[in-house]
Design a protein. Sequence first.
Lengths: 150, 793
Amino acid sequence: MKVSITVNGTSTQHDVEPRTLLVHYVRENLGLTGTNIGCDTSSCGACTVHLNGEAVKSCTILAAQADGCSVNTIEGLSKDGVMHPMQQAFMENHGLQCGYCTPGMVMAAIGLLNENPHPTEEDVRLGLEGNLCRCTGYHNIVKSVLAAAK
Amino acid sequence: MTMTDNRPNTVIGTRLLRREDPALLTGEGKFTNDLNIPGALHLAIKRSEHAHARIIKIDTTQAQALPGVVAVYTGADLQSLWAAPMPCAWPVTPDMKNPVHYPLAVSKVHYVGDGVAAVLATTETISRDALDLIDVTYEVLPAVVDLDEALSDKVILHDELGTNSSYTWPLLIESTPGCVEEAFKNAAYTVKERYVQQRLIPMAMEPRAIAAVPQPFGGDVTMYSSTQVPHILKVMAALTLGIPEHQLRIVAPSVGGGFGSKLDVYAEELLCLALSRKHNVPVRWVEERSENAHATIHGRGQIQHVELAADSDGKLTAVRFRIIADMGAYLQLVTPGVPLLGAFLYAGVYNLPQAYDFSCTGVFTSLTPTDAYRGAGRPEATYAIECGMDALAREMKIDPYELRKRNFIQKEQFPYTAFSGLTYDSGDHALAAEKATQMADYTGIRKQQVTQNVPGAAKRIGIGMASYFEMCGLAPSRVLASLNYGAGGWEAATVRVLPTAKVQVVTGTSPHGQGHETSWAMIASEKLGIPVEDIDVLHSDTAIAPLGMDTYGSRSLPVGGVAIAGACDKVIEKARLIAAHQLECAADDLEFANGLFSVKGSPDRSLPMAALAFAAFTAHNLPDGLEPNLEAQYTYDPPNFSWPFGTHVCIVEVDVETGKVQVLKYVAIDDCGNQINPLIVEGQVHGGVIQGLAQALFEEAVYDEDGNLKTTTLAEYLVPAASDVPSITTGHTITPSPTNQLGVKGIGEAGTIGAAPAVINAIIDALSGLGVTSMAMPASPQTVWRTIQSAKK
């Protein structure tokens, strides 16, 4: 089936199998491999992208469901070689180690601040509970998000 | 004097932001499964659904007929491809039993997840679809899940071995024969405990991925793999497949966490290599998460029988430990050695006389093989002694901190020759404990307990501590030889100053989140006096960095980092010869500081490293006999292990009615010697602590009695989320290691080692007024509630 999705501001069209997940669409059809796959139960959040401005796990959405929608991935965040303030905050606060959960974590964190621009530490911890990280113990991720909220 | 003393403007010790981050934050970083490899076939593995069974028949007809399937192979089909069985590099005893096994099982399967057939197909989806079309007939045999049952040999798992015991490794150290038994007989106090180190699943966020790419001419093959150990993998793959080692190149692209689980030689790596050569096309494989839970190694898995003897002051007089260690179905790369990495640490940070009776028996079960998982043997040892010390304090009715103070090895005793003959390089345990207890307000919490932990209280507060030693900096090669390990423990580095005074540092370490590129550039910058941004760090590709022993066991800095410093020294000495030649002075008359050679007493006669690099490149005016170019290779074999240490303190509140444990505060004081980059050190501690805390509170690989893994997804296996865990209060003391020029010790595993006993001691402390004296891990609400109920009876 044909789908048409605007990804990072660029219009894309591909013929896909109906069972194609959005995460496979961005990774395989578009070659945007910054969006990672870490599980098969929608538990880890590594594949989080923005769908019409909202953070979603792209393994829970069919490409067909995103037809006509606007999707932003980690590759669409930096502008003119300058990282998004959330990316900058993760760098300045050592909010990443191996970096595998990071794109999803950053997208989820931006989604969190969109909904709650001035969160408490508890708000951040609860808001990110759908995104797993094995390296950082979350301490510096929480710090990064709180810093970006300032 | 160490490098960081009295040195203003030094780069070592600063919180330099990581150079790795921009690529990882923007999606530019490439993990193995992100690589675009045209024409690759996709491998998928048919895995056993039985824990123990004989393979009667495998029918692949239907799978072969599926459009897009290129080939289907059983274990029997591929036997001719293997020059040797799957490797185990650590035969810990001469009589260790090691069942022969191959990348695919041939006649019997030994755990749920054991591979029985391989599919090659044109897409990943088709390769997985084909698995459902393979029909395997099994004769199902009884599973062995329990360690004591395994030891009973009622069901033998590997027929050819005749027993489920792989080895027994004893370590009896007595000043006089029989003194351990004597000490127990004469002890004022003894404790006898049984602890269980539950099986854990490492769950690195990146599942494993592999792509083997044969070169069109010459027979060479490149394998990309999400591995921690490209160098070890190259040697082992060459031996196992019979591929000439010089025709094999291993590359580890960005690797999404390892924690020991990618320190191995895996069946899928050998299959990708062998099948890519057989078909002469690239072959790739990526693991699904539930496949990862089955087919990537597990960690821990021990029963620990702990006995301590103490005199009337509580000073330890003898210890005895009997460990039963779960090997799982087969011996992987270092499976049998993992529990023994802790064998020397069961006396912890305490001044024990030569009265140490340790023995470990490795036993096969019909479960996923175990191997190294963050800390590897050392968290287990630390848990046993640190929870044992709290049990001893309860027995004596004294405060556990007071008991520790009476037993600590004292600062002035270092370097300290331990009961084992090993020398502990440096330490100040009393200081670390004092700092940690002060930051946690230990005395304040004790006061609060008097008012809060009253009969009928719904929420009780507890405080627990753990003081640890980590034996790391793996490792002096001669010591490894005495332990029968199959390789050395050195690390290699090359430092190359390019004609324009930019620098390449080539390291044999293989980072997967630790920030080596940043830290290693800082070391070279400090040594060479060249700006850190002018230094590149190359790694994880055996064509670029052909020599190395890779990254595990907190070894990278104390071995690999020191190797870089050593290579820099050699570069500086070569540059000094060129400078002396051009300045027409003796080499000894030159001082080197901040990248500049100057003649002592005549600072205006000087040459910067940049000029010398260019001179070495043009080779127009070099001393007679000196080779052109400014580079040096150095291999460092450490003279001793390094001994990081510290004290962690955890404060919990336990809801007596629900059993829920809330961590109110966690303080980690760690001493890893000099810190190259404190930002990275803290990050390592944060992550390590949460991994240890997760063992204490959340994680367990749960099996049913038939050997089926019940925790196969991240929905069932409880890797904690941000909302499950506290912030960590970190601090440090700095006691440089005297055994290496950087004064460093390593920090990768410290957090994991300290955390589990600190958390469990805190929970028991909270509930001791209710009669609770032990707590199983993970201390889930149900476990805690049941323990409280049974204590009431």
